[in-house]
Ligand binder design. Structure first.
Ligand code: PGA
Length: 251
């Protein structure tokens, strides 16, 4: 059984005060626990430390949105996996399409970051997803499967147990244009088939695949009803307590 994992990617939103307010709202809504679901929030770096104290011993885990794949050194502006562990992060998003498009992230840098995150006990959420032109030209599946293969290069079956993969079609992110549950399911099945090929069925069946891209309270239930969708990576709808709580409490 795969425990559903609902993660909020807050992107570059929320000051410390706003982040604390949002988390207080989420904790109030989850006072009876998260009923067999794993809940993660990924605020900006500046809010990690204050939130880690608030989230200790609660059903919500803390995650970061990116990291640099070195322990320490002369890397101005970068944050290391050791630093993320130090402030209480359990998860880290790696290779989000905004990082790939705006910050030059590649499959190779994603692979280095995955290895560094895992080496320091962080659980990576690796993001993959095709662009609109790639989907329109029938290339969505080979593009996504290629990203999965390249990103996972050299990772062991044991390391895969700490990994989550998020399928986020770029054209669905922040657009209100969600993939249909059937299209999302088809891609998730293709990703899982690739994992079977790479690591065998036991590892592949245990690994959680999130869908991301305009996940909202009104589409989460049908997405989560798909057999290979094990969670969601949520942007805009994770910025308000009531909408993220509704997503966490999908039926
Ligand atoms: P969205 O973002 O839910 O606002 O579409 C998802 C993401 O980028 O992770």
């Amino acid at each position: 059984m795969r425990t559903p994992i609902l993660a909020g990617n807050w992107k570059m939103y929320k000051t410390v005060g706003e982040a604390v307010e949002l988390v207080e709202g989420l904790l109030a809504g989850l006072e009876h626990g998260a009923a067999g679901r794993e809940v993660v929030v990924c605020p900006p770096f500046t809010a990690l430390y204050p939130l880690s104290a608030l989230l200790a011993e609660t059903p919500i885990a803390l995650g970061a949105q990116d990291m640099y794949p070195e322990v320490q050194g002369a890397f101005t502006g970068a944050i290391s996996p050791v630093m993320l562990k130090d402030v209480g992060c359990r998860y880290v998003i790696i290779g989000h399409s905004e990082r790939r498009q705006l910050f030059g992230e590649t499959d190779e840098s994603v692979n280095r970051k995955l290895k560094a995150a895992l080496a320091h006990g962080l659980k990576p959420i690796m993001c993959v997803g095709e662009s609109k032109p790639q989907r329109d030209s029938g290339q969505a599946e080979p593009v996504v499967v290629g990203q999965v293969r390249a990103g996972l290069e050299g990772l062991t079956a044991e390391q895969m147990q700490s990994l989550v993969i998020a399928y986020e079609p770029i054209w669905a992110i922040g657009t209100g244009d969600t993939a249909t549950p059937a299209d999302a399911q088809a891609m998730h099945a293709a990703i899982r088939a690739t994992l079977v090929e790479l690591y065998g069925s036991e590892v592949a069946e245990g690994l959680r695949l999130q869908y991301g891209g305009s996940v909202k309270p009104d589409n989460i239930d049908e997405l989560m009803a798909q057999p290979d969708i094990d969670g969601a990576l949520v942007g805009g709808a994770a910025l308000k307590a009531d909408s993220f709580l509704r997503i966490v409490k999908f039926q």
